[in-house]
Design a protein around this ligand. Sequence first.
Ligand code: NAD
Length: 542
Amino acid sequence: MNDSRGRMPPAHNEPVASYAQGTAGRAALIKALDEALAHQVEIGPIIGGREIRTGRTLQMRRPDDHARLLGICHLGGGAEAGAAIEAALAARHDWAATPWEERAAVFRRAAELIAGKYRYWLLAATMLGQSKTPHQAEIDAVCESADFLRFNPVFMEGIYADQPLSTQDEWNRLSYRPLEGFVFALSPFNFTSIAANLPTAPAMMGNVVVWKPASTALYSNWLLMKIYEEAGLPPGVINFLPGSGSAISEPIFAHRDFAGLHFTGSTKVFNSLWKLAADNLSSYRAYPRIVGETGGKDFIFLDPSADKKVAITAILRGAYEYQGQKCSAASRLYIPSSFGRDFIDELVAEIGSIPMGRVDNLTNFCGAVIDETAFDGMKPWIDRARHSPEASILAGGVCDKSMGYFIQPTLIGTTNPRYETMETELFGPILTSYVYDDKDMEAAYRLVDGTSPYALTGAIIANDRHAIVKALSAFRGSAGNLYVNDKPTGAVVGRQPFGGARGSGTNDKAGSPLNLLRWVSAQAIKENFNPPEDWRYPFMAP
Ligand code: NAD
């Protein structure tokens, strides 16, 4: 037993490798892509430290080349969810009793495995499985995943150090206990790093977890789980359970020991899960913690003073990187009328020059959308805009799923600021623009704030400081993450804690102490060193 008080080594953001021609990283990446394409994997649920084969399988294919099989995954269902809950609860006592430094060490080790030994395999699995370019896979699967696992232990240390006042004869302590039961982590397809964070943040704080990954991100997510095991995570602390969300959720939400939900995904699914928890409330041992980061309808607002080159770069990167499949991706654009037609022509020309195709052709900027359901769901919005009297397709608009699920980066122009694609989250490479009258800036601000039910991210592009101050004030409630002269995407752990309000979630800021605090329940302990020995108070003396 070590009685010294540990101090976490400092955390630094993982440097982003460029993969430019001639770099060693590029050669290693190409080798890893070739290997992943040459060797199909067979994977399955990992419950209580054992990887199982259920015989009910799903083929993992490339979104940008759907004839190409990456492997098969065995799926779990209700029975495996029951087994995962049992394994988690069996691991609970020992894990909760493990000193926080030892828990932290497991995840700090995992961060180094991600950034080192497994960097290129994880990149290849994310690129091929989720159709990300090298840069998008690097900032997500490697850098952000490692950052979560490096910074969260430091935040955890800060939480435990946060203690109430004491006096000479009275010692007050806060004990931050893990929740009583297990946490259910449900991750989306679009960020390997979110899949890294959702189960590990509660686990770090001493909780046990059942984790269901998205069915379109299984390869990279399984590899993360293998990395946690190699880093020394004890069996049962996190249980990896691919399968149908509704089938797995049923036994989870019905269980007395369901203690929390750590969710990132669509608003619709989050709302249905919150209702499920509410319906079962009386059967739970404690009120479950419900944490969800959900959809967005993120904006870029160009002030009349905006630098046009800065604006175009923020628009192209903010709206089209990873095919617009980021919760933070810009999907509505406000252009001042004083910018005129020339600006739109320049923007359209730039969008038209974006290279799109398979992501292992490293010259591409865009890949494919995640699957056929996403592709089929997106196309009708483009088709309707093509024929609407209120909208037109200014750039892109071509959809082709013959080889992969490709949707050209698309710009819709509308004369109706409440046109359907200004309000609804489409989650693809579709940006809608509206030209506002810059003689009435207050009306324009109100439009931005009131157009969608979400409040996730937004960007203001402006050079005039007064305009920046006014816009920051007008958009105070419009976004959980607000950017000035930058794209609205790309939050970095430790620098821009991420999350939105309104219909965008509970705003518990992933990658910050605010999130970790949701996974503990505090117990206040008062000890009296000088306990009174007479129950009577002095004022009672006759
Ligand atoms: P999704 O809601 O379809 O799926 C999220 C997870 O829930 C997946 O694991 C899925 O299998 C599971 N699921 C789906 N239906 C379920 C059901 N009925 N019961 C239980 N589980 C179910 O989301 P997605 O398509 O994977 O991701 C895209 C969405 O995620 C977008 O709306 C995007 O804005 C949002 N997102 C938000 C953030 C954020 O931080 N706010 C980050 C990334 C993605």
